[in-house]
Ligand binder design. Structure first.
Ligand SMILES: [Zn+2]
Ligand SMILES: [Zn+2]
Length: 308
């Protein structure tokens, strides 16, 4: 592994080691728990075809989850991957043409700008991240749990990581339900209390230590499941609206050029957007160079676009 990749894996801000460690710890804890505790109890014989199918599907989830996480972390989406010009043309150009003035205004607000932290001119949609200490191309947001920014080049891996984490958690929840049936035969009031209030059930002696741990893992996986589903829906809405999270917060709609959802998916995930979920190694570059974007130049004529 080259030094550059190792550098990219390590968060720039030391405070982010804890959430990143927490994310990796949770993934490892779930994998070990499902493999060594839940599956052997549900399927007593390791050679049953059902268990083998579960193992194959489980490892496929882990491969996609870890692969997308790793590629999301080592993919540099900062301005260090491009050559930024030292000088920019003046944004204010005296022109008698009404259309030209409008274009200049758009240029002024939406095109390249100077970053005082990086001390360089940076492209449209780039934003400086004070935690990563650099400007990020098509900056979406800084993900605390991964300790890095999500932007133009790594949003594909981030989305696939979220989706596979969600699939993995749904799968865990199904296994936990199977496990509960195996253990108690049927649902009872003890199981319901243990699920709703595991600590209370444990304090009153309704469940043992192991059931308490299991109840906590089940409750955590359900909550994480809902949270990740919320993040996925949020990103899908942003892609549909051709916005980044930053632009959504700032109410910037200038990149909404009236394209359909499929075209927007292509812009973000590349031509082979429909394949990226199945394997993180499938090549599919996002549309464009991360520096120039089609914009909606006239509110009165929303389908007019210009590349800047
Ligand atoms: Zn910057
Ligand atoms: Zn950042």
């Amino acid at each position: 592994m080259s030094n550059r990749r190792v550098k990219l894996l390590i968060p720039k801000d030391r405070g982010e080691f804890i959430p990143l460690f927490f994310t990796i710890f949770l993934i490892c804890a779930y994998v070990i728990f499902e493999l060594y505790v839940i599956l052997p109890i549900i399927y007593h014989n390791i050679f049953t075809y059902k268990e083998i199918l579960h193992l194959i599907f489980g490892f496929y989830i882990i491969f996609n989850l870890i692969g997308n996480l790793y590629l999301c972390m080592i993919t540099d989406t900062s301005i260090s991957t491009i050559i930024c010009p030292v000088l920019l043309p003046s944004p204010i150009v005296i022109s008698k043409s009404k259309e030209k003035i409008q274009q200049d205004i758009i240029y002024y607000h939406c095109n390249w700008h100077y970053c005082h932290n990086c001390e360089i001119n940076v492209p449209a949609r780039s934003q400086h991240c004070h935690l990563c200490k650099i400007c990020i191309l098509k900056h979406d947001h800084h993900c605390t749990f991964l300790g890095r920014c999500i932007g133009f080049r790594n949003i594909r891996y981030y989305m696939c990581f979220l989706i596979w984490t969600w699939i993995g958690l749904v799968y865990c929840n199904i296994l936990h339900m199977d496990y509960t049936y195996e253990l108690v035969g049927t649902f009872s009031w003890r199981v319901i209390i243990a699920c709703l209030c595991p600590f209370g059930a444990w304090l009153f002696g309704l469940v043992d230590h192991f059931s308490l741990i299991l109840s906590c893992i089940c409750s955590t996986s359900i909550m994480l499941n809902l949270y990740i589903l919320f993040l996925i829906i949020q990103q899908i809405i942003l892609i549909k609206n051709s916005q980044t999270w930053y632009e959504y917060i700032k109410n910037i709609h200038i990149y909404q050029i009236g394209k359909n959802f499929q075209s927007n998916l292509q812009l973000v995930f590349g031509k082979r957007w429909y394949l990226i979920l199945f394997n993180p190694l499938i090549s599919s570059q996002p549309y464009g160079d991360g520096m120039s974007y089609d914009i909606n130049i006239m509110e009165t004529n929303p389908i007019s676009t210009k590349r800047i």
